[in-house]
Design a protein around this ligand. Structure first.
Ligand code: R5P
Length: 288
């Protein structure tokens, strides 16, 4: 049985279809005071897969996830796999300043205490946080799906680029699938202002198409900096792709002004540019 939460209805239903499972009908609404309501319209099996992402509004989507997990457990499920394609609060992965709450740990522990017996996510910001979880956790990569998307385009001597060291393995994974080269930039972020600076470097991009890949696009600064550098170096078409399009308002226009021809993301997060589905990757993981 697959329970598709309100944040990932289409994705959950696709997973149910691909795995030949039953998709549970879920009633959900918001009370006038803003609180969430969840009800399963049918009896729950012993083993369920819950698909609910936790993108903006994070707190609402998290609360719906906790309600679903707990209700599934209360209604008799013993094996509950929580598939949370985008894990909210994962970026506060350590105490950068004394006294800070460690939100990544809090959220993982709440998922577990709400009833999850297994946890699956995608391209989590820092895999170290998964050690906070005491249940079995799997961190999947959306890069095979992203590579598959670009393999269908007619690219000219593509170069796959990461905007920082943290995403260099992602660029490598996409490049290997495409039989292309890859490279990465170095990025510095000001801890207080959040401002991003990308270290300039000479790169063999003249006349070639570029694909910049990252886990998240939020303000767009990381991608914008790389796009501006490679545009000056004579890049051909510039594509940007990410697992989690958390897109702040105006980001697509901002990237387009920086020379990016196309921005695409996956359905880990629902957005206008979520053209790549991770459903087949979840289906494979669930079957395993
Ligand atoms: C952080 O290092 C992540 O890997 C992303 O590069 C970052 O979250 C992207 O954020 P933004 O679009 O705001 O630059």
């Amino acid at each position: 049985m697959v329970i598709a939460g309100p944040a990932s209805e289409n994705l959950g239903n696709s997973v149910a279809q691909l795995t030949g499972s039953h998709a549970v009908r879920v009633e959900n609404k918001i009370f006038p005071d803003g609180e969430s309501y969840i009800r399963f319209e049918e009896t729950i099996d012993d083993e369920v897969v819950v698909v609910q992402s936790t993108y903006t509004p994070q707190d609402k989507h998290l609360m719906e996830l906790f309600l679903i997990l707990d209700a599934a457990r209360e209604q008799g499920a013993h094996t509950i796999t929580a598939v949370v394609p985008y894990l909210a609060y994962a970026r506060q992965d350590k105490q950068f300043r004394s006294g800070e709450a460690l939100s990544a740990k809090t959220v993982l522990r709440l998922i577990e205490s709400s009833g999850a017996t297994r946890f699956v996510t995608f391209d989590v910001h820092n895999t170290d946080i998964l050690t906070y979880s005491r249940i079995r956790t799997v961190n999947l990569s959306a890069m095979p799906a992203i590579a598959e998307y670009f393999a269908k385009l007619d690219l000219k001597r593509p170069l796959v680029l990461a905007p920082d060291v943290g995403s260099s393995d992602r660029a490598k994974a996409v490049a290997e699938k495409l039989g292309a080269n890859h490279d990465f930039f170095e990025k510095r972020r000001d801890r207080v202002t959040g401002e991003v600076r990308t270290v300039e470097k000479s790169i063999d991009i003249r006349g070639r198409d570029a694909i910049i890949v990252d886990d998240i696009i939020s303000t767009g600064s990381s991608i914008e900096n790389v796009a501006s550098i490679i545009k000056r170096e004579g890049a051909g078409r510039i594509f940007a792709a990410c697992t989690h399009p958390l897109l702040r308002e105006g980001v697509i226009e901002r990237l387009s002004r920086a020379g990016v021809d196309l921005v695409v993301g996956t359905d880990c997060v629902r957005s206008d540019i979520s053209k790549i589905s991770v459903a087949p990757l979840i289906a494979d993981a669930v079957r395993e």
